[in-house]
Design a protein around this ligand. Structure first.
Ligand code: SAM
Length: 248
């Protein structure tokens, strides 16, 4: 929520605005903006996965959000007219796409001059032990080959990279900050299940393990996450993300 709030504040939504959310997943960030652009404004909630759009449709109907269209879009080739949007939101999406530079260029093309993009991308792995510590255990146990997961969620973690990517795509007036928050899990099982739900690569890995290897991996995770254990047996694990905004 603190990350979504930062992004939505950054685009300064006004009644009547057209807002596009890219790689929206369940859509929650855009839904915050949808309320602020009514009356007259429309949110386009998009993702290249139809399954994610189905999840987002369900969330919107639970929340009673009506001024939203659901559109399958690839962030690298946005099938919308030039200058058709007032702002674009993208939380934890750009660094995952195959060609992030193309996605940013496409974002700028669909924004009106002066429109704003707001994005989030995970900061340094060391600042995100909720994902990184566990990854290190899997690496130490020989279950994954690339400890840095460089093509994955931390691909935009290096300082200065986001400013450069925004400038290369033609954006001006960049502002990049960091938002720190905590991920809370009431039990180890909750942490394990959440990791499996978040990352297909991880659930695929676990599904392919023998019972013995899976037990060893869980023991390794428990040990790595011990510093974050609470008196009640739950876990409070730090997280940090870059958040950025710039003008088209
Ligand atoms: C880490 S999730 C983030 C979801 C959501 N923005 C959030 O913050 O909860 C990444 C999302 O990007 C989508 N995605 C990945 N590559 C994409 C692309 N090239 N175009 C559009 N969506 C993409 C995935 O389907 C997934 O829903």
């Amino acid at each position: 929520m603190p990350v979504s709030r930062w992004l939505v504040d950054a685009i300064e939504p006004q009644p009547g605005h057209r807002v596009l959310e890219l790689a929206a997943g369940p859509g929650d960030t855009g839904f915050l903006a949808a309320e602020l652009i009514a009356p007259g404004g429309t949110l386009i909630c998009s993702d290249f996965s139809e399954t994610m759009l189905e999840v987002a449709r369900g969330r919107a109907s639970e929340l009673g959000i009506a001024n939203v269209e659901f559109t399958p879009l690839n962030a690298e080739w946005i099938d919308l007219p030039a200058a058709s949007q007032d702002s674009v939101l993208c939380r934890w999406g750009y660094m995952l796409v195959t060609d992030p530079a193309a996605a940013l260029r496409e974002t700028r093309r669909v924004l009106r001059p002066g429109g704003r993009v707001a994005l989030a991308a995970w900061a340094d792995p060391a600042e995100n032990p909720w994902a990184w510590r566990a990854n290190g255990v899997a690496f130490e146990q020989g279950l994954i080959e690339d400890e840095r997961l460089s093509a994955g969620m931390f691909a935009w973690s290096a300082p200065g990279l986001i400013e450069d990517a925004l400038a290369d795509a033609g954006f001006t007036d960049p502002r990049v900050e960091q938002v720190a928050f905590e991920n809370r899990y009431p039990t180890f099982a909750a942490y394990w299940d959440s990791s499996r739900e978040l990352a297909t690569a991880f659930s695929t890995l676990v599904d392919g393990l023998s019972e013995r290897s899976r037990d060893a991996l869980q023991d390794g995770f428990r040990a790595a996450l011990a510093p974050y254990t609470q008196d009640d047996g739950g876990y409070v694990i730090p997280a940090k993300t870059h958040v950025a905004t710039a003008e088209a």
